[in-house]
Design a protein around this ligand. Structure first.
Ligand SMILES: C[S@@+](CC[C@H](N)C(=O)[O-])C[C@H]1O[C@@H](n2cnc3c(N)ncnc32)[C@H](O)[C@@H]1O
Length: 208
């Protein structure tokens, strides 16, 4: 019952904030509390299949990132996936919920400790300079397009994945993602389906 309410709240928040990012301050505290509450049990629910759409999207990208960011990293699964896939990359996992970050740090495999770090940060206002990352991933995460565009390096890639496709509580339609990204200088869109989910990649033009 509480869980169903949480899913509905996540969907409502996503829809509102994508349409009107200025409303985020109204949702921030409750969103943080919601994910702090479920943080201890979150990782048990995550299977490799949940990240199949992310893998499918990454397979299409011809990038060897030096610095990658996983936004809304939760317990860090996608950050670990990126670090394993790109053995020369430094990977940052950022999340609003401190308890998620605590879990991600606890779950970091020793062999990744030198290259993966986790930070509490709000994707609406990130503590990173412009163009910091040549790859940014968002798995089941509410996008804040201005900040996303700001921290992505010219020529860098972004990947959105939704483990349950349109059934995912935090879900944004490809049409909306494409329109928002196009306005901010992204192109080369491609969509994928894998496992039960979907994903979309785009590349930031090297001139922006
Ligand atoms: C549905 S979970 C997905 C976690 C992880 N990416 C996964 O797929 O397992 C969404 C995550 O995004 C985080 N989040 C929501 N809004 C955020 C924001 N504005 N900035 C950073 N993280 C945020 C939540 O705390 C939560 O950990």
């Amino acid at each position: 019952m509480l869980e169903e309410l949480g899913r509905k709240f996540a969907r409502f928040t996503t829809n509102q904030v994508v349409r009107r990012p200025g409303l985020w301050p109204l949702f921030r505290r409750l969103t943080r509390a919601q994910f702090n509450r479920i943080a201890p049990a979150w990782d048990e629910r995550r299977s490799d299949e949940a990240f199949a759409p992310l893998v499918a999207a990454l397979d299409s990208l011809d990038v060897q990132p030096e610095r990658a960011l996983d936004l809304g990293t939760g317990t860090g699964r996608a950050a670990f996936l990126l670090a394993r896939r790109y053995p020369d990359a430094e990977v940052v996992g950022a999340d609003l919920a401190g308890d998620m970050i605590a879990q991600a740090r606890r779950l970091t495999p020793p062999e990744l400790e030198k290259r993966v770090r986790f930070e509490v940060a709000d994707a609406e206002k990130l503590p990173y300079p412009d163009g910091s990352f040549d790859l940014v991933s968002l798995a089941n995460m509410i996008p804040f397009f201005d900040e996303l565009a700001r921290v992505t390096a010219p020529g860098g890639g972004v990947v959105f994945s939704f483990s349950g496709g349109p059934e995912t509580p935090i879900y944004v339609r490809p049409k909306v993602l494409t329109a928002e990204l196009e306005r901010r200088g992204f192109s080369d869109f491609a969509e994928f389906a894998a496992g039960n989910g979907t994903s979309l990649v785009a590349q930031k033009s090297s001139g922006t």
